[in-house]
Design a protein around this ligand. Structure first.
Ligand SMILES: NC(=O)c1ccc[n+]([C@@H]2O[C@H](COP(=O)([O-])OP(=O)(O)OC[C@H]3O[C@@H](n4cnc5c(N)ncnc54)[C@H](O)[C@@H]3O)[C@@H](O)[C@H]2O)c1
Length: 434
């Protein structure tokens, strides 16, 4: 099939690449000239495991092209995906200006019937707005499909290639069949392609993210209670996760959730609810708990060292909002680092992929270490915020030799507290009491 994907960010670039990998001809569009120039020169603007070789393979085969020319993309494609950002507006609602601007561009350049697929995360009712935006500007027929994306940064390729399910919102059986055909190579193990109304599809995405975030905030509260009563959240997590009604995913307590999706999607769902006179009280608590949780590591550091952290060197491991991505949007590490700096600490940071992005936000306020060990030379404490695999089994005897004070604040419960204490470390986790 001939496909255009408008927006070449974390979602658009992965979607375009995976669609081309299945043999489709894909034109990937962005209005960021530098991004397209880089892509055409083989420079991949984001870190996502497995993405680079797949882009290379498909560009060589000429199934995947990058351009700023949306007119060409619209003319040459039967199906046009919109995968641009929907950042939060000041009032928390999703800002649809990029989505609607792309819709206008599509209308301007359509020379016949088109299927327009909204892959961006958008509030209930957006399909109607996009349809109107296009129909007000062209006489050609258009079908709007709501096809939310569930990929996770860090495993995006795998998630797109083998989705748990594909959600298709449309009111046309014929369009549903076309979309099913497009996705059929991705669901060969019979994972479902679910066809529903546009509104239900739009809402499914927000509800999925909200429920996942709810599990995290719930477990964070329980972990904090474990600290108060001396129970071990690790055992509790396994104790409840093995119940098939509950399942093991998203039960890991930590230093709060971040990223470009959960916080903004919760706010947007709440805003839509309020506009419809509905109050989502659980979600308010989810956000409140999360805002507190992002400060818990700073609180634990101050409980250990006192209120004034002046003169202390702290090594922070992990800046990206989760492992295997360079994305630092709403990353808890930024709250932790800013909190520690405000109390007078000197910070050395290390992240395997997010150092460049971190520099743009943190500037000269911190030292950028060259390795996990470099971040800890002369340090009074290690604060782990993101659980990259390379942080899991470091050489602790070596670390103990280079730190001034062997104190560990494990914001993701990745270390073994008993083992660490045995070799002389003071250990603090989140709800770990063993
Ligand atoms: N990042 C994720 O993990 C993820 C997962 C699922 C869904 N989503 C949703 O997908 C959407 C995109 O997210 P993202 O993380 O890929 O965003 P992003 O910011 O990484 O990428 C958006 C891209 O769109 C481009 N763009 C903006 N306006 C444009 C226009 N008028 N014409 C052409 N290009 C334009 C930008 O230059 C940018 O490259 C959002 O709605 C997000 O909520 C994101």
């Amino acid at each position: 099939m001939h496909i255009a994907v408008v927006g070449s960010g974390y979602v658009g670039l992965v979607a375009a690449t995976c669609l081309s990998e299945m043999g489709n001809d894909v034109i990937c569009v962005d209005n960021d000239k530098k991004k397209i120039e880089d892509l055409n020169n083989g420079i991949i603007p984001i870190y996502e495991p497995g993405l680079k070789p797949m882009i290379e393979r498909n560009t060589v085969e000429e199934r995947l092209v990058f351009t700023t020319d949306i007119a060409r993309a619209v003319r040459e494609s039967a199906i046009i995906f919109i995968a641009v950002g929907t950042p939060p507006d000041e009032d928390g609602s999703a800002d649809l200006k990029h989505v609607l601007s792309v819709a206008s561009d599509i209308a301007t350049h359509m020379d016949g019937s088109r299927i327009v697929v909204n892959k961006s995360t958008v509030p209930v009712g957006t399909a109607d707005l996009v349809r109107k935006q296009i129909q007000d500007r062209t006489k050609h027929p258009v079908h709007i499909v709501s096809n939310p994306e569930f990929l996770k940064e860090g495993t995006a390729i795998d998630d797109f290639m083998k989705p748990d399910r594909v959600v298709i919102g449309t009111d046309s059986e014929e369009v549903a069949d076309t979309m099913k055909e497009l996705y059929s190579p991705f669901v060969r193990t019979n994972n479902p392609v679910l066809v529903m109304s546009n509104r239900s599809a739009e809402m499914t995405k927000y509800v999925a993210n909200s429920l996942l975030a709810t599990r995290i905030s719930f477990m964070n509260e329980i972990a904090n209670m474990c600290d108060a009563v001396g129970a071990d959240v690790h055992d509790i997590r396994i104790g409840i996760g093995s119940d098939r009604r509950i399942g093991p995913s998203f039960l890991f307590p930590g230093a709060g959730f971040g990223g470009s999706c959960f916080p903004k999607d919760i706010r947007a769902l709440q805003k839509t609810a309020l506009e419809n006179d509905v109050e989502l009280r659980v979600l308010k608590a989810v956000t409140d708990v999360n805002e507190d949780q992002k400060k818990i590591l700073v609180r634990k550091v101050m409980e250990h060292f006192g209120q004034d952290l002046d003169g202390l060197n702290i090594g922070v491991w992990g800046i990206s909002f989760k492992p295997n991505t360079d994305d630092i949007r709403e990353a808890p590490a930024l709250t932790v680092i800013k909190g520690l700096l405000s109390k007078g600490a000197s910070i050395s940071v290390y992240d395997p992929q997010a150092m460049e992005n971190a520099r743009r936000i943190l500037g000269d306020g911190v030292r950028y270490a060259t390795s996990v060990y470099d971040a800890l030379t002369g340090a009074d404490a290690l604060v782990l915020v993101t659980e990259w695999t390379e942080f899991r089994e470091p050489d602790f005897p070596r670390i103990s030799g280079i730190m001034r004070n062997p104190v560990v604040f494990d914001g993701r419960n990745v270390f073994n507290p008993v083992k660490l204490r045995k070799i002389g470390f003071t250990y603090y986790g989140i709800g770990r009491n063993v």
